[in-house]
Design a protein around this ligand. Structure first.
Ligand code: SAM
Ligand code: SF4
Length: 329
């Protein structure tokens, strides 16, 4: 069991497949001035599999594909098949904006993906376009339905709530859980990087206390649910008579660093130790220098030991060197 210096069991690896994206959400990617990792610097499918093999070998159990937008990787199905084939790495999910999910859902399921989280901030076409620039709600919707039909379950939907953009749309999103066995999760804005997206995240922050109050005022009291997984970052509830679940992810108003079980692998091959800090350890250097699985495990164990105790948002400290699309959430 990989324990860090604070006795947290670090068993969940989030793998960023690319820093590119087909959208430009206001809080994640600016419209101008972006540079991307050149293709030869991205970890290959084979290299990713090797890191997963190393992680599973020291007790990692949960794996998630993210980005940028993971569905932009042309070898996504191969990567999925390789990871799902690693002994101990059966719990494999993906976080996506859903734009390309319709045609990928079935092949992903066949390759061994277990479930998807689809990011959609509002059901209102005009407002969602202002926030998740270039999104097409019909595409996302078809993607969600395809994921459900393919058995990528439970379908989880992620909404980031931003003042002046979608803070009233949280109610219509919550209503989806009445008839559908989905999990609708609300994420508080976090600043990453030092550009306009970080300032946006600070200026437009909405606390989940407010979001929860708004949902309850419109749809009735939320009943708390026991968390099956204690390291689940969402605090879960159910609306009266609903099939699905409402979750609140509140890194700012209610930090969950004490139960953090995550390590992150960036698309350019660095272990990123905490979403909201800059500390990283290079694993690509080991991979491309002929390193073995044991060599990778050595770096990973160092990364686990060096994981910071928690984030410093309350004192104004956050990741400077990377934006959200370069880590993967
Ligand atoms: N492109 C995929 C997507 O949007 O789901 C995967 C990558 S995205 C970086 C992963 C998650 O980060 C998304 O659910 C998104 O809502 C969330 N996210 C992005 N920027 C954020 C921010 N500044 N604060 C909080 N969550 C953010
Ligand atoms: Fe792309 Fe996801 Fe970032 Fe939006 S949150 S810009 S969809 S990577």
């Amino acid at each position: 069991m990989p324990l860090d210096s604070f006795h947290r069991d670090i068993n969940y690896l989030r793998i960023s497949l690319t820093d590119r994206c087909n959208l430009r959400c206001q809080y994640c990617m600016p419209l101008h001035g972006l540079t991307f990792v050149p293709d030869p610097e991205l970890l290959t499918a084979e290299e990713i599999e090797k890191v997963v093999r190393a992680a599973a070998g020291i007790g990692f159990r949960k794996f998630r594909l993210t980005g940028g937008e993971p569905t932009l990787r042309p070898d996504l199905i191969e990567i999925t098949r390789r990871i799902a084939g690693v002994s101990g790495a059966h719990d494999l999910g993906m976080t996506t904006n859903g734009m390309l999910l319709e045609r990928l859902a079935r092949p992903l399921k066949e390759a061994g993906l277990k479930r998807v989280n689809v990011h959609v901030d509002s059901l209102n076409e005009e407002r969602v376009k202002k926030l998740m620039r270039f999104v097409d709600l019909d595409n996302v919707w078809r993607g969600i339905r395809a994921a459900e039909a393919a058995g990528l379950l439970p379908v989880k939907l992620n909404a980031v709530v931003a003042r002046g953009y979608n803070e009233d749309d949280v109610v219509e999103l919550a209503r989806l859980t009445v008839a559908n066995d989905w999990q609708m999760r609300y994420i508080e804005l976090m600043p990453l990087g030092s550009g306009p997206e970080a300032q946006f995240s600070i200026d437009r922050y909405v606390s989940n206390v407010e979001t929860k109050r708004k949902i309850e005022a419109a749809l009735g009291t939320l009943t708390p649910l026991e968390n099956a997984d204690p390291s689940d970052e969402a605090v879960n509830y159910r609306l009266p008579g609903a099939r699905g679940v409402i979750g609140f992810i509140s890194p700012v108003s209610e930090p969950y660093c004490g139960t953090c079980n995550r390590m992150r692998l960036t698309a350019d091959g660095k272990f990123h130790l905490c979403l909201l800090h800059d500390d990283e350890l290079d694993v690509k250097k080991i991979l491309r220098g002929g390193g073995t699985v044991a060599d990778i495990q050595e770096v990973l164990n160092l990364a686990i030991t060096a994981k910071p105790t928690g984030h410093g948002l309350a004192i104004g400290v956050h990741t400077q060197n990377r934006k959200m699309h370069q880590i993967g959430g």
